[in-house]
Design a protein around this ligand. Structure first.
Ligand SMILES: [Zn+2]
Length: 446
């Protein structure tokens, strides 16, 4: 499509996190992309054109369309799209132990691959250029991410189960192999981390061993933290401490950490987390759907803790659409605080872009500025959800349907242009995912 030529995005309304912790909106702006980097953003067409050089370039005419950073979906289990609409109206513990775990017992490598491609395709269609993933057989999800061209931060489990019930052995060699795989493929778009599922799932001795492994490998940890009231009560009963303090004692926060949910944090826990390299991930749909509760996002941000946004898996969402998460995040915060100014649109957009990108190891993404990676999306202002447009920032966070995403570029490469997926075969993905979904829900493979 773009054949590696320099690209000029001409006459767009650029909406981006700025250096002053806000969001800047620039009308009639031009964006020059050379290779995988944005080299110019501004209203001076001659300056933008000069950067492209004297050779041929590709030009896209904006005519007032919106150009904004590709989204970061900072918590999810991509292949769980296979379980979409298969386990609903259940509380987290019943949902997880009675429905999800039995289905996951049947998961084969090809199912994870098929589900990963389906999830990635849906994320590309809704403007997401990078996602965090915590699931099984991550090496096949790496393959799917590289095929699609999306950025991903994926987990290694770093352990195996033995024949005895509950016997698990840590495997630093597995983690090292996974880190090597991530570093050697995808030209910097694939980042490794270690999964520590939650404070409630493993034997006590396993946690310090896993934390030590992540530290030795120099990688981050992904975890679920303080998701439900039951988790907190069980943790206090088991260890005499709440989850944050217990995880700190295990050494989990010795390395950068992406901690999803964080619904039940008290002031002391927030103070502790603010001193660590921890990014919390707000998952409003999943927290609502599983009846977990409302995360105190405004208090977390006020404590100085970075908060990103994530969909969680499609089994508890049931979609992977960051537009819906942004809207719900803002509305929940306002309704909960009885204050319409709580969690304003600019804060929400930053959570969905630069905060998430940075936490996943993609610090050069998440902003439309000279020197940043060319990770961007275009919103078609002709879509009825954006008509009339009004304030562009409000339009993005409060009113846009994700089908208004016209194009998505990651690392200087168009993954979707004018609603056509350029790296993935959508029809084949649908067919293979349906086969896998039938199998894991107890059917035979047809
Ligand atoms: Zn999750």
């Amino acid at each position: 499509m773009d054949n590696g030529l320099p690209i000029l995005f001409r006459s767009y309304t650029v909406v981006t996190p700025d250096a002053a912790a806000g969001v800047a909106v620039t009308e009639e702006a031009h964006v020059a992309v050379v290779g995988n980097r944005i080299e110019y953003v501004g209203t001076d067409l001659a300056a933008a054109t000069q950067i492209l050089g004297s050779g041929p370039h590709v030009e896209y005419a904006g005519r007032g369309k919106l150009l904004l950073p590709a989204f970061a979906n900072a918590h999810g289990h991509t292949a769980m799209v296979l379980m979409r609409n298969a386990a609903d109206d259940l509380n987290l513990h019943d949902w997880l132990f009675q429905v999800i775990f039995p289905m996951e017992k049947r998961l084969r490598r090809q199912d994870v691959y098929n589900g990963s491609l389906l999830g990635i395709a849906q994320m590309i269609r809704s403007g997401t250029g990078a996602c965090a993933d915590m699931y099984f057989h991550s090496d096949v999800t790496v393959e799917a991410a590289v095929t699609a061209g999306i950025r991903m931060n994926l987990c290694s489990e770093g352990k195996v189960s033995g024949p005895e019930p509950g016997s698990i052995t840590v495997r630093p060699d597995m983690l090292e192999d996974f880190v090597r795989l991530c570093k050697s493929t995808g030209e910097g778009r694939i980042q490794p981390s270690l999964e520590i599922h939650s404070v409630y799932l493993y034997d006590e001795a396993l946690y310090p061993a896993l934390a030590e492994m992540a530290k030795a490998a120099g990688i981050s940890i992904q975890t679920h933290l303080a998701e439900t009231r039951k988790e907190v009560e069980d943790c206090v009963a088991r260890y005499g401490r709440r989850p944050v303090e217990q995880m700190e004692r295990f050494g989990i926060f010795e390395v950068p950490c992406l901690a999803a949910h964080a619904v039940y944090l008290d002031a002391q826990e927030m103070e502790l987390l603010s001193a660590k390299d921890v990014t919390l991930v707000h998952n409003p749909s999943s927290n609502m759907k599983l009846g977990s509760g409302v995360a105190p996002v405004c208090a977390q941000l006020a404590s100085g803790i970075p908060v990103a946004l994530g969909t969680d898996g499609a089994a508890s969402n049931n979609t992977l659409d960051i537009y819906r998460e942004m809207r719900l995040a803002a509305f929940l915060a306002k309704g909960n605080a009885l204050d319409a100014s709580a969690l304003p649109a600019a804060t929400v957009l930053r959570m969905a872009t630069d905060t998430g990108m940075k936490a996943m190891g993609f610090a050069d993404s998440g902003r439309i500025e000279a020197g940043a990676k060319a990770d961007l999306q275009i919103l078609d202002t002709g879509d009825l959800s954006l008509c009339p447009l009004g304030d562009p920032l409000s339009a993005i966070v409060y009113s846009a349907d994700s089908c208004a995403v016209e194009s998505l570029m990651v690392d200087g490469r168009m993954l979707m242009h004018k609603r056509e997926l350029l790296t993935l075969d959508e029809e084949r993905i649908r067919y293979e995912a349906a086969r896998s979904a039938r199998y894991i829900t107890g059917g035979t493979e047809s």
